[in-house]
Design a binder for this molecule. Structure first.
Ligand code: NCD
Ligand code: ZN
Length: 345
């Protein structure tokens, strides 16, 4: 049996939800991740330091005495965000990033920013205060094909943001194309990107051919296999621009398998590091797993790396067909199938 030991990893992009769902998501993420960047797209969204603090307290209440896991909080930018909120966020010490959702780009983004120009004055303050901007990088223009919306975002907005604010630290979240991977790889060290396990494991054939599979539907939507291959290359390259962010985004079954549309979001938190390990193993790049999962993220955010370690062995286990999720169920990625690595300590 093969085994691999790495510095304890962190998840730099996750959706923990709230209320009746929170205990389940926190339990999964805190099994072995040291920290996670917690997305603010609740309903209503987390827009103030006080909201973020209350949310953090609810998360911490579930892990006290159980795990050393630490949630890292974010705030949701809107057209109405006041400059003082940015300064307060920086001063809080527990908010690590401001999240920019173009209004309408994804789940719970309706309160997002209608036009990036509306928040340029805030980006200027973030650049000065050295507070990270986390971007959902897709245009919302319906005349642009959904498979091209990430590239259009780079061309129309990201190039300009990076030029106008050269010292702003930007995370291009859950990248899904070669265009994004190349853009980030060729950028300065101020620009980083998270890559999900599902964008590395799947392409749009998995989503669309034979039957349409709701569990694979997420945003940005899965692209063609050449993009998947490009993302695998970027993630496993050891390049410090790229780091682990699962974008694990659970939806109850009634919202995924619904007659009036399927909610966007894939759940991988039950098997996150196990799935990434499988991807790195298949690419014959297990030697770069630790950089991607445990070093590049904290280095980008200017936080210390974790000091302890976890170990995985190549022993497979079965994912159940669903998990209980509030009053409903949740169909995770790999439901009813095998995961090939197991965390043993
Ligand atoms: C996320 C969610 O469900 O909150 N959905 C998704 O498809 N990734 C939102 C997001 O990160 O885009
Ligand atoms: Zn997300």
């Amino acid at each position: 049996m093969r085994s691999i030991s790495i510095t304890r990893p962190d998840d730099w992009h996750i959706h923990l939800r709230d209320g009746e769902y929170l205990a389940a998501t926190v339990k999964d993420v805190s099994r072995y991740f040291g920290r996670a960047i917690v997305m603010p797209n609740l309903t209503p969204p987390i827009t103030s330091v006080q909201d973020a603090k209350n949310y953090m307290v609810r998360i911490n209440a579930l892990i006290e005495g159980v795990s050393d896991f630490k949630p890292l909080m974010t705030l949701y930018l809107t057209d109405q965000t006041r400059p003082q909120v940015i300064r307060d966020a920086k001063r809080s010490g527990f908010i690590q990033a401001m999240k920019f959702y173009p209004a309408g780009a994804t789940t719970n983004s309706d309160a997002g920013v209608k036009s990036i120009e509306n928040i340029f004055h805030l980006l200027e303050i973030m650049e000065k205060e050295n507070l990270v901007l986390a971007i959902h990088g897709e245009v919302t223009d319906h005349s642009i094909d959904i498979f091209d919306r990430e590239k259009a975002f780079i061309d129309r907005h990201l190039v300009r943001i990076c030029k106008t604010f050269p010292n702003l630290r930007v995370v291009f979240e859950h990248i899904s194309t070669n265009d994004a991977a190349t853009f980030v790889a060729e950028s300065t060290s101020n620009i980083g990107a998270t890559i999900t396990a599902h964008h590395l494991l799947f392409n749009r054939n998995h989503l669309l051919s034979e039957n349409l599979k709701p569990a694979y539907y997420c945003l940005p939507v899965l692209k063609r296999d050449t993009h998947q291959q490009g993302l695998i290359k970027a993630a496993t390259s050891g390049d410090a621009h790229f780091f682990l962010g699962t974008d694990s985004a659970p939806h109850p079954r009634f919202a995924k398998e619904s007659a009036c549309g399927c909610a966007a979001g894939a759940y991988t938190s039950h098997a996150a590091i196990e799935l990434y390990t499988e991807i790195f193993d298949r690419a014959d790049r297990l030697d770069h797993l630790e950089a991607f999962a445990s070093h590049n993220g904290p280095d980008f955010y200017g936080l210390p790396r974790n000091t302890d370690r976890i170990t995985l062995v190549d022993k497979s286990w079965e994912v159940p067909p669903y998990y209980t999720f509030g009053k409903d169920s949740l169909v995770p990625i790999r439901a009813g199938e095998s995961v090939f690595w197991t965390v043993v300590g």
